[in-house]
Design a protein around this ligand. Structure first.
Ligand SMILES: [Zn+2]
Length: 312
């Protein structure tokens, strides 16, 4: 990590405990109910803040026109999330929110944010998944259409820009990476890059092959993010700790390594279980268990065989 990035991180850490306007730092509710979420808030720079729980990060910005949010939480945690948000912002209006992708654990707060009057921006494919009925086999989970009040109010295909409250907010599609509707949101003036689940903090990122994620797209997406970030950029993944460009680079290098190994095994006609038992991830143990990653990478190879020479 560069000295400047480290200093920025330290500034943020110092913000913990100092940035609260009401209530304790960590809302720890429901001892009797283990399903209650635990949210923590970190104050970043110039009114930026991060509300986190174990599965989600939501970036917030306080602007003169109201609050901007990037990301969301599960529906059953949406009310608790709003309480934490309101405590931090003194119930300032939420004027603008982004879905980084369609997944239920990052879009369950859409209704409450729209009820607050927020414009809700997402990629068009995210809106389409939220209006559909489908089954995700690797999660063994059925999805139904979300109500109209939970849908994005505004979608785009390639790039999108908003100027609001002195902020210059740019977002763009990271096609077929974690899903087929992933976007990054870049707060240029603050040098903060929100990347959703396309990047994971110190572990294998997830690919959802049912809704368009695949390993070729994932590496391309991270290349794009590396091109946008500089050494001082704060990179906010969909969950886990704040990263810097060096951490993103380490993840990208690992992904390229395992991608090439997966392609090579696939050319030999091997399936994902064989890949795992024959050491496709050997030497990469620091990234954790590769099973889900390899199992989810495999279906994408057949769908993208033209891009993976010699697989079919
Ligand atoms: Zn996701």
């Amino acid at each position: 990590m560069t000295t400047f990035a480290r200093r920025r991180m330290l500034t943020m850490m110092a913000g913990i405990g100092a940035g609260w306007t009401a209530g304790p730092l960590i809302i720890q509710a429901g001892i009797a109910n283990a399903a209650e979420p635990v949210f923590s808030t970190q104050t970043l720079e110039n009114g930026a803040f991060l509300i986190s729980t174990d599965y989600a990060n939501v970036l917030g910005l306080q602007t003169p026109e109201g609050v901007v949010l990037v990301g969301g939480v599960r529906q059953e945690h949406a009310a608790a999330f709003l309480e934490v948000l309101d405590a931090h912002t003194s119930r300032a209006p939420v004027v603008l929110a982004y879905n980084t992708h369609w997944h239920w654990d990052h879009t369950g707060s859409n209704e409450v944010l729209r009820q607050r009057g927020a414009r809700l921006i997402a990629h068009e494919n995210t809106r389409l998944w939220l209006t559909n009925e489908f089954y995700v086999d690797w999660e063994d989970r059925e999805y139904g259409p979300r109500p109209a009040e939970a849908l994005p109010t505004e979608t785009f295909y390639t790039n999108h820009a908003v100027s609001l409250g002195g902020e210059d907010i740019h977002s763009g599609l990271l096609f077929q990476a974690h899903t087929d509707g992933d976007i990054y949101v870049h707060l240029r003036g603050r040098n903060i890059l929100v990347v959703g689940d396309v990047v994971a903090d110190g572990t294998y990122p997830v690919m959802d092959p049912v809704t368009g994620g695949w390993i070729g797209g994932l590496t391309k997406a991270q290349e794009r993010l590396l091109a946008i970030a500089d050494d001082n950029t704060l990179i906010i993944p969909g969950s886990g700790g704040i990263m810097d460009k060096a951490a993103l680079r380490r993840q990208y290098d690992m992904l390229v390594e395992i991608r090439e190994r997966i392609y090579e095994f696939a050319r030999q006609g091997k399936g994902p279980r064989e890949m795992l038992s024959e050491g496709v991830a050997s030497g990469l143990e620091a990234w954790g268990d590769p099973t889900r990653f390899v199992l989810n990478a495999y279906p994408g190879l057949g769908r993208h065989y033209r891009e993976v020479d010699g697989v079919v």
